[in-house]
Structures are given as structure tokens and as C-alpha cells.
Design a protein around this ligand. Structure first.
Ligand code: GRF
Length: 199
């Protein structure tokens, strides 16, 4: 069993982070949240970190106008807290080369579709679900993949399907996929900790 020392990067609500923190706290997941970084000082992710006493940092082009200094700041916020696994949970920015290189193979991202379908540049949030509905898909889902320099192109680590219902709207579908994401992320991290998934 590997004790996961998780660093989160999140831009928005942080519900995926919350699901993982809850699993650590209730003993389902053998690990702990070591740091939370957000490019949005008002994000739910920062608020949740503050509430849970997790070291948190607002790091963005606003705090560091030079991309290299931002990359170094993110790198140090992670390494200074002993992070060994990075979880991108709705992080809308790209990581810099220093952080990508140091954590290569240990950076997980979650995407609200069955990649490679509905992935890539511009495919995020409700745009994904709107495209799934427009194409009359009967099934969608969530994907956890390794993050690399590009969006949504790293090796797929785990996926789970979600049915598309006839009366679904982008909102109802997004809500059901988000619930699936929470379950999939916790399941995936448990399997990594137990060695059932090897990164
Ligand atoms: C999720 O829908 C995820 O698929 C996408 O961003 C959203 C993050 O939601 N990458 P939250 O901030 O974890 O609630």
C-alpha cells in the first residue's frame, strides 16, 4: 500500500477534491491532501482547503506574470509539502515544464467524457455535454488520464460510463457525470494506492 500524498490543482468548485478529501478522512483512501493550488483566489477549491486546514495557494498569471516564475512557484508549493501525486480537478491552465518534468507520470486529470471522444482544445465543462447531446449519444462518461503538455491527450488510466437519458439537458447530464467523476476518482486513487493500477 502506498500512502498517497496528494496535491490538487483546481480552478473552480473543487467538488472532485472534496470527494477525495472525504475518502481520505473516512479511511476509504489511504492518503492525505498535502496542498491545494488554484488560479482563482475566490474558488470553491480554496474555500474547501481553508475549511479543512489544507495548505493552499493562489498562484496564477496575476500573482506571477512570468510563466517560468509561476511554474517554479507551483513546483515549490507541491514539493515543499511533500506531494507525490498531482490531481488536476477542473484546472483550466497548463502546467509548466519544471512541474511536468518532475511529476511526469504522476499527474492525473479528469475529463467529463469518454476520451478520446469529446476531448481536446475547447472541450470543457458544458460544451462537452452539449456536444454529446447534439450528437444524440446514448452513453457518455468520465475519464481519468495522465496529464501531459497538451490537453486531454495523456494515457487513459480509468473510465466509467454514464447513460444519456432521453430528457437530459446539458445541466442534468453534467450533474450525473460529475457524481460519476467523484466515484471514479476515489476508486482510481484507491487502486493506485493498492497497486492495482500502476502509473
Ligand atoms: C469537472 O467537471 C471536471 O470534469 C472538469 O472540471 C470539473 C471540475 O469540477 N475537468 P470541480 O471543481 O471538481 O467541482
Amino acid at each position: 500500500m502506498e500512502w498517497l500524498k496528494i496535491g490538487f490543482l483546481a480552478s473552480h468548485g473543487g467538488s472532485n477534491m472534496q470527494a477525495i478529501v472525504d475518502a481520505c478522512r473516512n479511511g476509504k483512501l489511504y492518503g492525505e491532501a498535502k496542498a491545494v493550488i488554484s488560479n482563482n483566489s475566490g474558488s470553491g477549491a480554496i474555500e474547501r482547503a481553508r475549511k479543512h486546514g489544507i495548505p493552499h495557494y493562489h498562484l496564477s498569471s496575476a500573482t506571477h506574470s512570468d510563466p517560468e516564475s509561476l511554474d517554479r512557484a507551483i513546483y515549490h508549493a507541491l514539493t515543499d509539502n511533500g506531494v507525490t501525486l498531482i490531481v488536476l480537478a477542473g484546472y483550466m491552465k497548463k502546467l509548466g515544464p519544471l512541474t511536468l518534468r518532475h511529476y511526469k507520470g504522476r499527474i492525473l486529470n479528469i475529463h467529463p467524457s469518454l476520451l478520446p471522444k469529446y476531448g481536446g482544445h475547447g472541450m470543457f465543462g458544458s460544451k462537452v455535454h452539449e456536444a454529446v447531446l447534439a450528437n444524440r449519444e446514448t452513453v457518455t462518461g468520465a475519464t481519468i488520464h495522465l496529464a501531459d503538455e497538451e490537453y486531454d491527450t495523456g494515457a487513459i488510466v480509468n473510465q466509467r460510463e454514464v447513460a444519456v437519458l432521453p430528457d437530459d439537458t446539458a445541466e442534468t447530464l453534467a450533474a450525473r457525470v460529475l457524481q460519476c467523476e467523484h466515484e471514479l476518482f476515489v476508486e482510481t486513487l484507491v487502486k493506485i494506492s493498492e497497486g492495482q493500477i500502476v502509473l
